[in-house]
Structures are given as C-alpha cells and as structure tokens.
Design a protein. Sequence first.
Length: 283
Amino acid sequence: NELYLNGAFVPPAEACVSVMDRGFLFGDGVYEVIPSYGGRFLGLEPHLDRLDASLAALRIQTPLGREDWRALLRRLIGTPPVPDQYVYLQVTRGVAPERDHLCPEGIEPTVLAFARPIKPRAPAIAEQGVACITRPDIRWLRGEIKSISLAAAVLMRREAADADALETIMHRDGWVTEGAVSNVFVVADGALMTPPKSRWLLSGITRELALTLAREHGIEYQERPVALDTLRAADEIWLSSSTREVLPVTRLDGERVGDGRPGPLWRRMDAIYQDYKARVRAG
Ligand code: PLP
C-alpha cells in the first residue's frame, strides 16, 4: 500500500513533507476523493474537472496533466480484479521559505495521493437509515472550492457524533446548503429537490450523478432553494457523497423523518445507483 508523494511511490511511513508546506501552515490546498469499483473509477473525469476548478480558484498551478493524473490514479488502485477503493488526492501550494500568507512565485505544488478500501455499507442503513442534526452554516462563502481547510466540517462531524448522528446538515439564512461532507436531497409534497449549485455548496459528483440517473429513469426533480422548514417537514431526506453513495436520513434533530423509515423514492434511487455501480464494475 504505497502512496504517491511528489513523483515517487513510497511506503506511508517514509512519506515526509516539510513543516513549511503551505498545506500544513495555512490549509492552503485542495483535494478530491474518487471512488473505484473493482478497479474502475466512477466519475473520474468530473472529479478531475472539479480538481482543476478548485486549483484555478485558489490560483495554485496544476501540477500534472490529465493523462498523468489518470495514469497515477490507475496505478494506485491496481488492475482488476481488485477491491472497491477510493483515491484521496491532495495538492497544496507547496513549500515556501517563510511563513507568509503572500506566497512567492515559482513554488512547486505538493502532490499526495493514496488508495484506501471503501467500506461496504452496513445493511442496517438500508433498513433503518441514518440520523442527522442541523446547524447554522458557519463556513466561508466559497463552498464550491474543495479546500483542505476543513475546521468547520471537523467541528460539525464532532457535534453530529456527540448527538449519535452521522452527519450535520447546514443552513444559511433559513436555507439548506449541504451536509458537512455531503449534499442534501429532500422529498416534500411528492417532489424531489436539492439546492442549486452555488458558491455556498460543493457541486457534488454524486449529487450530479443522482440527478442524471433520476432524469434517465423519469424521476422528476427540481434544483431549487430548500427552506429549513421544508427540510423539517420532509417525507424523505437523502445525503449523497462519493464514498457513502445516497443515504436515507430517518431522524433529524432527534425527530422522525416521514414515517421514520427509508422512503420509497430513496429505495428506487438506491436500486438505480447500485445498478449503475455494477455496470461501472463490469466495465
Ligand atoms: N459537500 C461537501 C462539503 C463534501 O465534503 C462532499 C464530499 O466529501 C460532498 C458535498 C459530496 O461530494 P461528492 O459527491 O463529489 O463526493
């Protein structure tokens, strides 16, 4: 299980980065988490597109070309047949001589990437769903950048765990933004909806895939602002993310969502999603 650091494949214990790295000192970097099933990536190009967009937004130079990223990622997961794995990929602005917010030109980005197994979903989740809490969205106003500065998300996950919940769903001015590490879907009055893309939330690859699959299967949806009140009164709530797929939320702030069981539209979407994954795995 070697990892990739700045052009070399090394055992994790031997992978060293300077304490002057801007990722370490400032959280000055971006990342991606890309899932693979049986040695084939799901959403590779959209993930690499989003990486490019995050790098461009933070004005970090792109360290590798598209074909080099693909080759690196393929090497990290190995050739089929291999287990389901995700690749964590991180690019920081690099190592600067001084701790100065203003970074000199010509610094080489630090590139780190490694593969880890994707844990299969516990069967209890499809039967019982997961619990969430809600909190005001205390993050900055550039949520569309997949930044490694994740203090707010770390705090939100801690608060969720302390409440025996999996995730925190955040809201800004009475409107749902997203989860600490996921996007949010709501079924209310028979309609499937999710907040539209904006600077307040990450444009999730799984969110986009779920919408594409919905379209292909004739499931209507709306990308529109979702009020916190709508969330609280929802028949179904879902979370989406690359490693957790689409999850049913059955408790919100200790109250039942709908009848307290994973809903029928989630069951349908999950079946469609699992089928899509099986096709990715089969190539
Ligand atoms: N929103 C946030 C804040 C996230 O951190 C993540 C993923 O970790 C997502 C949404 C879901 O994005 P994706 O589906 O691309 O994994």
